[in-house]
Design a protein. Structure first.
Lengths: 470, 493
């Protein structure tokens, strides 16, 4: 059972053994967090932020693994997929370079930097704990640290404290996470450092029914990195993942975050991504949500310094009776911030897709430029899409707009394709893919874009056939 | 309502002053009529409800209906989700019934009406008496709680149209009232609707029989006059098969320091092929510059497109009230039915408005349009809150929503909180929203063409609201523009 008492018991039993149990601030924070969770309980639709997603069933939900997986197989498969995606991206780039008229004959086409080097830095967590044997962090530029939170708590607790967050942050599941998380990634990017290859964080539920991860990213001034969170399908059965990722982006830093959620069909996935951007910092979040029975992502960024820029980009696909919810919030606290938000959803079967996007412009945040869009495609009779694009504005010199649509494929476009000899099924698939691909196009890193594309095609019926058509 | 005060007519040299002057206009309808009124004691209890019901000579079933609503109300708590802030209302500190004392049998003609009362209406510009005939508007004027004069009743009667006060309808057409009352807004619908159901004092009743196009626009002026009096009117409009009607509602309240509560319920019912157009200009007293006083306007308005091809259209211009909490909605039950919502909401000083609409698509091929223009000035706060819901059987539903906000000054707030819930794949739902302000360059452009700053502000505001104004009946459009402190020459339609 996953009732509140169960988690209170878990906290009582495990708190003393958690990393950092000797740190008074962390002990207090964990206690406050579990108290808050006990107080709030699993959110129900009576809470405004959960109006379309209820976790009330969690109180009765038994969490159990029916069939465990071998984590090394999962990691190997994932790395192979990434390699294939990188190969595909390289091929595409080479082809592009060859056909481009300005490339001199005979000279080797030049590859974009992100294609030229290795597969990146792999940090693997199994059942909520760092798995060094499966990880391959590799060489890092000076001043960059990538490792586990547990180690960081032992070595540099004061640095972790500054980034850890508070018991009151986020929604109730984030509080549960604060109380229980034993590990997660710890990424520190020193001033001006740049990590060229992506930092892959892989979280596998292999044998445990629940895992709780807290990832902290601290980017000092001018630092640059791309961080990928992979949640591949793990153990079969009702499992729970809670994850909190916090990004502190100092002045003029560039942090790109991509989350690829492909959890097993019965999994419950509750995640929070929180960023704080200083002056001129650029934060990009891509959220690709394809798996789990219920997935909820709370994504928030605060433009706390002047001239910060944020891009929240997302794509979700759900079928069967699955439920996917993105709850985003962009907080413009200082002047001249720019934010762009684009979300698209594909809903099939009896699935339900929920999007809430709040843009908050504080009185101080003059000359804010914010734009938000959410479009949903209903692919079946019983699918449901709920959208709540919200603007909350306290400044007058701003440019803010939002738009939301829900609909089905354009009959004219379908007709056009069919008149060109594409059969109805594939015309439909092609248009569905094209609708979703727009989101993927915003992923600047070519191999990651290719990875996202492969993951999408896997989700679409007859994706393999579609691949030939493209 | 009279034209705005001369405060705006002076032409300050500086641009900033022009906007200031535009914002600082006095409340032109702020006068009080001294009348002998017949009131019940303060507070709310079953006894008070029995007293109201007895005083109005109501049948037992209506008293029971009120009491049931009251008992339900006791179990409810005031809604807290709206983006408005105010101290809790003491519901025991309100006088729930107030009627001008009149001759025993009530006024039989305008000559019998208290001249003081008529002067009030005159000051407000209500086209009562001869002016009514000239303007071609039938007026059911509600003064506090009792309808004092109804004109044009005879002419309407010839077409079979019933247009009377609610109390009169209860006496003369009880079967109609009983059949339709509470079928769109059930007594327990929400906190304020339940309160209204328990204590409602009067309102308008309109019945358009089968196939009749109402020969004139119907209009009601509501006016809160007596001190410490809440106004709880109830309006019920029924358009039978193929009938159509345009209904106008205008509101003003005199200036007062304490806050007054206004909790009305409006129910519209449109059967097959019927059309109801409901227009409101709401100009209750908004409170002074420091937010002292003003009306709390907590209103439940809902239309039910019960029949196929029926059409309900809400148009509102909300410039008054300290706090507005109002969501005129349409339930699109009939196949091919249509719902519209057109709104202009202006908040100035410390006014707060949380308004919007709900469009519930249930029938096949239903369509709805939402057009909302919010203007925030001073320290005003303006929120659009909406819901577009497409239920699993609503094949071919179509919605288009456009919400625009205009900000004047750097201390105001504008929010947009729409919700879209779609459960049918053939639905086509679109929502667009923008927020902008009156730009210095826009003002500069107008001024360098010889247009005064104040006229330029007016022009821009009017241009911003044009799409909604053109939905208003002529007289209302004129009034609405005056209310925004603006004169737009000629091109109003």
């Amino acid at each position: 059972m996953s009732a509140i008492d169960f988690w209170l018991g878990r906290h009582r039993d495990t708190a003393a053994g958690l990393p950092g149990a000797d740190l008074p601030w962390l002990v207090r924070l964990r206690e406050d967090a579990i108290d808050r969770f006990a107080d709030e309980g699993w959110p129900t639709t009576r809470r405004e932020n959960w109006r379309h997603t209820s976790l009330a069933f969690m109180a009765q939900q038994a969490l159990a693994v029916r069939e465990a997986v071998a984590p090394e197989t999962v990691v190997a498969a994932l790395r192979a997929r990434y390699q294939a995606a990188r190969g595909a991206a390289q091929d595409a780039a080479q082809q592009g370079a060859k056909s481009a008229p300005q490339s001199a004959p005979g000279s080797a086409p030049e590859l974009a930097p992100e294609l030229a080097h290795n597969d990146g830095h792999w940090v693997v967590f199994v059942d909520g704990h760092f798995a060094p044997a499966l990880s391959a962090i590799g060489g890092l530029p000076g001043g960059v640290r990538i490792g586990s939170l547990a180690d960081a708590l032992a070595q540099t607790p004061e640095k972790v404290e500054a980034a850890f967050g508070q018991a009151g942050d986020g929604e109730a599941p984030a509080a549960l996470n604060a109380a229980l998380a034993a590990d997660g990634a710890w990424i520190r990017l020193a001033r001006g450092s740049m990590v060229e290859a992506p930092i892959h964080l892989v979280f596998i539920a292999a044998t445990a029914a629940d895992q709780h991860l807290r990832n902290l990213v601290v980017a000092d001034a001018g630092a640059q990195a791309t961080i990928v969170e992979h949640y591949p399908a793990g153990a079969a059965g009702s499992t729970l993942t809670t994850a909190v990722t916090r990004v502190l982006a100092a002045q003029d830093s560039h942090v790109t975050h991509l989350k690829l959620q492909q959890e097993a069909p019965e999994a419950i996935h509750l995640a929070t991504i929180e960023a704080e951007q200083a002056r001129g910092a650029v934060f990009t979040s891509h959220s690709l949500s394809f798996g789990a029975r219920l997935a909820r992502n709370d994504i928030r960024t605060r433009l706390a310094g002047e001239g910060a820029e944020a891009l929240l980009n997302g794509l979700y696909h759900a079928d069967g009776r699955r439920h996917v919810d993105h709850h985003t919030r962009i907080d413009h606290a200082r002047p001249q911030g720019t934010s762009r938000e684009f979300y698209r959803g594909l809903l099939d079967g009896s699935a339900r897709g929920v999007f809430t996007g709040r843009i908050l412009v504080a009185q101080d945040a003059q000359r804010t430029d914010a734009m938000q869009r959410c479009d949903n495609l209903l692919l079946s009779r019983l699918a449901e899409a709920d959208a709540r694009p919200e603007l909350e504005i306290y400044a007058d010199d701003v440019k803010c707009a939002h738009g939301a649509t829900v609909g089905q494929l354009d009959e004219d476009a379908l007709f056009y394709l069919r008149s060109r000899g594409v059969d109805a099924v594939h015309a439909r698939q092609l248009l569905t893919y094209a609708f979703a691909a727009e989101v993927l196009e915003r992923i600047a890193h070519a191999p990651l874009r290719a990875l996202g594309r492969a993951a999408l095609l896997e989700r679409l019926p007859e994706g393999a056939r579609l691949e030939e058509l493209l | 309502m009279n034209a705005p005060t001369p405060a705006a007519a002076t032409s300050p040299a500086r641009r900033g002053d022009a906007i200031g002057a535009f914002l600082e206009q006095d409340y032109a309808a702020g006068f009080e009529t001294t009348l002998d009124t017949d009131t019940v004691p303060k507070g709310l209890s079953e006894d008070i409800i029995r007293l109201i019901s007895a005083r109005k000579g109501e049948p037992d079933w209506l008293l029971d209906w009120r009491l049931e609503a009251y008992r339900h109300w006791l179990t409810m708590t005031p809604p807290a989700w709206a983006a408005v802030q105010f101290p809790p209302v003491d519901f025991q500190d309100i006088v729930y019934y107030s009627a001008p004392k009149s001759k025993k049998d009530g006024p039989k003609s305008l000559d019998e009406v208290d001249p003081e009362l008529l002067r009030t209406f005159e000051k407000l510009g209500v086209p009562l008496h001869e002016r009514a005939r000239l303007a071609g508007v039938a007026v059911d004027a509600v003064f506090d709680s009792v309808s004092v004069a109804t004109t044009f009743k005879k002419e309407l009667g010839e077409h079979g149209v019933i247009f009377c006060s609610f109390s009169e309808a209860v006496k003369e057409h009880p079967e109609l009232v009983r059949q339709y009352l509470g079928t769109v807004v059930p007594p327990g619908d929400n906190f304020y609707a339940a309160l209204n159901s328990a204590v409602f004092s009067d309102g308008s009743f309109v019945f358009i029989p089968k196939g009749v196009k109402c020969p004139m626009e119907l209009s009601t002026y509501f006016r809160i006059n007596a001190r410490d009096t809440g106004q709880f009117e109830r309006t019920l409009i029924i358009a039978e098969e193929g009938a159509s009607v345009s209904y106008l509602e205008g509101c003003t309240a005199p200036m007062r320091d304490e806050n007054q509560l206004h909790a009305a319920v409006v129910e519209l019912i449109a059967l097959d092929d019927a059309k109801i157009k409901y227009s409101t200009v709401q100009n209750w007293y908004p409170g002074d510059k420091d937010g002292k006083g003003g009306i709390y306007n907590f209103v439940t308005k809902r239309g039910d497109c019960r029949g196929a091809r029926s059409h309900i259209s809400w148009t509102q211009v909300e410039t008054g009230s300290a706090i507005t909490w109002k969501y005129p909605s349409v339930i699109l039950r009939g196949d091919d039915s249509v719902g519209d919502f057109h709104s202009v909401a202006l908040t100035n000083n410390l006014q707060q408005a949380d308004t919007g609409t709900k469009m519930i698509h249930m029938g096949r091929n239903t369509r709805s349009t939402i057009l909302s223009k919010g203007i925030s000035a001073g320290r005003g706060s303006n929120t659009f809150r909406g819901l577009v819901k497409v239920t699993p059987k609503a094949e071919g539903a179509r919605n288009y929503t456009q919400c625009d906000s205009l900000l004047i000054g750097d201390r105001c707030a504008a929010h947009t909180f729409p919700t879209i819930e779609v459960r049918h794949p053939t639905a086509h739902v679109e929502h667009e929203a923008t927020t902008s302000r009156i730009g210095e360059d826009q003002l500069f452009y107008a001024m360098q063409r010889g247009i005064s700053a104040e006229d330029a502000v007016s022009m821009i505001v009017n241009g911003f609201c044009r799409e909604v104004f053109k939905e208003l009946p002529m007289e209302f459009a004129v009034e609405a523009q005056k209310l925004l402190g603006v004169s737009l020459e000629g091109s109003v339609g």
